[in-house]
Design a protein around this ligand. Structure first.
Ligand code: ASP
Length: 330
């Protein structure tokens, strides 16, 4: 009996050592776009980096205490949604008729469960509602009033629409509309600053998750929905690969970017980071789109390709190395 107990204790100890040694990793983004050092004041840059750091801290704290990849991506994205510096939650861009309409999605790589919401006007944290869609409804994607009615049934936090407004975003709308008036054919964003947020995480159980949240694109019309809430376009995770995208959503939808990266890695036997490079730097570029992605594989290796001049990004890699960056040459 005592010998059995000893064996049992030894097995338990071995299992917990193995668990403790399993790598955890996290990557986040706060949007890709045209960013120049001149246009970003030192104060704005410091504030953005501080928020990226807070999001990394929040997500990594979840992973470090043995929490799930899903909890980690939600914790990180919630901080970025609450920050006015990013185009998600508070600080979202405006539609052509001066509203904020928010989209988000989340995916659990271990189960392939997913949840998404689009066209929200009053939900403080769209990503949390996307998670509720995944966990508490029989559906994957809910939109507009129906999504908000579902939110009421699950105790979602609502805010007055004015909560999302920042003066900077309002000025961006006015500038976009002025440009549209003065130029006959305005190719939508090209040089626009995006600002969507997202996170990918690997937890100590080896589970991957991905999440993305956005206000979409400035001056969008007609209930336009981008790639962020489209599973397989802006967000995807499976057992081997997690992706969150940012960029010109119409291109990311047409190329099914997030799923294509994971499928290429699996079918072609290439690394997730190489697959992401191929899709973002060649395929999105060749079609005329721009943006970037953050990726993780099951070993916690991080990929951060983007074809714009900058992408707000941060990571804690499996080896514990950590950083934030904005511009290409960092
Ligand atoms: N991908 C988002 C959209 O098209 C925009 C962004 O990434 O900033 O809605």
């Amino acid at each position: 009996m005592s010998r059995l107990l000893v064996l049992f204790a030894a097995a338990l100890a071995a299992a917990s050592v193995a668990a403790a040694e399993r790598p955890v990793a996290l990557a986040i983004h706060g949007g890709a776009g045209t960013m120049s050092r001149e246009a970003l004041t030192p104060e704005a840059e410091a504030a953005i980096r501080a928020d990226l750091d807070r999001a990394l801290d929040a997500g990594h704290a979840v992973l470090a205490r043995g929490g799930s990849a899903l909890d980690a991506v939600e914790a990180a994205v919630t901080i970025l949604e609450d920050s006015p510096h990013f185009n998600a939650g508070r600080g979202s861009v405006f539609t052509a008729d001066g509203r904020n309409e928010l989209d988000a999605s989340i995916m659990d790589g271990a189960t392939l469960d997913a949840g998404a919401v689009a066209g929200l006007r009053r939900v403080k944290n769209p990503l949390s509602l996307a998670r509720a869609v995944m966990e508490k409804s029989p559906h994957v994607m809910l939109i507009g009033e129906g999504a908000e009615a579902f939110g009421e049934s699950v105790g979602t936090t609502f805010v007055d629409p004015s909560y999302f407004r920042t003066e900077e975003r309002w000025r961006q709308l006015e500038a976009a509309q002025e440009k549209a008036r003065t130029q006959a054919h305005v190719p939508l964003p090209a040089s626009a600053y995006f600002g969507t947020v997202g996170a990918v995480a690997l937890d100590a159980e080896g589970r991957l998750a991905a999440a993305t949240s956005t206000g979409g694109m400035t001056n969008k019309r007609w209930g336009r929905v981008g790639d962020a809430p489209v599973i397989g376009a802006g967000t995807y995770a499976n057992a081997h690969c997690a992706v969150s995208a940012t960029g010109w959503g119409e291109y990311f939808i047409r190329l099914a970017v997030a799923h294509d990266i994971c499928a290429r890695a699996e079918y072609l036997g290439v690394s997730v980071a190489d697959a992401a490079d191929e899709v973002v730097m060649r395929r999105v570029s060749a079609l005329g789109g721009d943006g970037g992605v953050i990726t993780l594989d099951a070993q916690g290796r991080v990929g951060l390709p983007f074809n714009t001049s900058g992408m707000y990004r941060g990571w804690v890699a499996a080896d514990g190395s950590r950083g934030t960056a904005i511009f290409r040459e960092e």
